[in-house]
Design a protein around this ligand. Structure first.
Ligand SMILES: [Ca+2]
Ligand SMILES: [Ca+2]
Length: 242
């Protein structure tokens, strides 16, 4: 009788320990989850670099350029960009010619799902690029365009600002140079000016969104942690029984 009571007490203590360990694991998980934006050392017109391997999901929104363009990821070495992966390619310049400022939409100019995930390798320097064939390539990293800004980065406020203008110079472009904050928080809008129209700086020639994919490592860590706790509990349990 006495032995049973004490054993019950031990179990209670053990459960409390497990509970606090779980709470700690959850806290760490939450911290890792919210710390994700810190992995983006840079994601904007000054360049793209992550401090950890990072998956980013890109979605094609629409185009307003008169060219048949393709959007891709480039690696930068010694100030030279080389194509690593083409994510979206237009099959024609627009849905319906010059109508609605050469508007191109998913299913018409860009086929397929319009979504692609790219893994940025830690500590490598990247840029996004828009290849408009004979018109050449413009990069999201201004330095690769001789210092000229050809892309804008920003959260929903950028998407809204772009929506209010169609053909004119986008005068607020200089305010939208950094997409780190929105990358893990609702998604970053990235929109290019392809230098057509006498480099009209309308910044609506090709628009995509980018969102960091939540790290599966965090979930794996949680599952491993839980597994370890259950195993430890079993070991302790069998010890008590023997
Ligand atoms: Ca333009
Ligand atoms: Ca345009």
């Amino acid at each position: 009788m006495k032995l049973l009571k004490s054993s019950h007490k031990t179990n209670q203590i053990m459960n409390t320990k497990i509970l606090s360990a779980l709470t700690a694991t959850a806290a760490v998980t939450a911290m890792l989850g919210t710390a994700a934006p810190a992995h983006a050392f840079s994601f904007g017109t000054s360049g793209i670099t992550f401090t950890q391997n990072t998956d980013v999901k890109f979605n094609f929104k629409e185009s307003h350029g008169g060219y048949t363009s393709s959007f891709g990821i480039y690696e930068v070495k010694d100030s030279a960009a080389s194509l690593v992966s083409t994510l979206f390619s237009e099959t024609k310049s627009s849905d319906n010619g010059a109508q609605n400022e050469w508007k191109g939409t998913l299913g018409n100019t860009v086929l397929g799902s319009g979504s692609a995930v790219f893994t940025f390798v830690a500590n490598q320097i990247y840029t996004l690029g828009l290849d408009s064939g004979k018109n050449g390539i413009v990069y999201s990293s201004s330095a690769l365009n001789g210092g000229s800004q050809q892309a804008v980065f920003g959260g929903s406020e950028l998407w809204n600002a772009l929506g209010t203008q169609t053909t004119n110079t986008f005068k607020a472009a200089g305010k939208f140079t950094n997409g780190i904050g929105s990358l893990s928080n609702g998604g970053t809008t990235i929109s290019f000016d392809d230098r057509g129209g006498g480099n009209d700086a309308d910044f609506q020639d090709f628009t995509v969104t980018a969102e960091a994919v939540p790290e599966p490592m965090t979930m794996t860590g949680l599952v491993l942690g839980l597994g370890g706790l259950v195993a430890a509990r079993r070991r302790r349990g069998s010890k008590t029984a023997s």
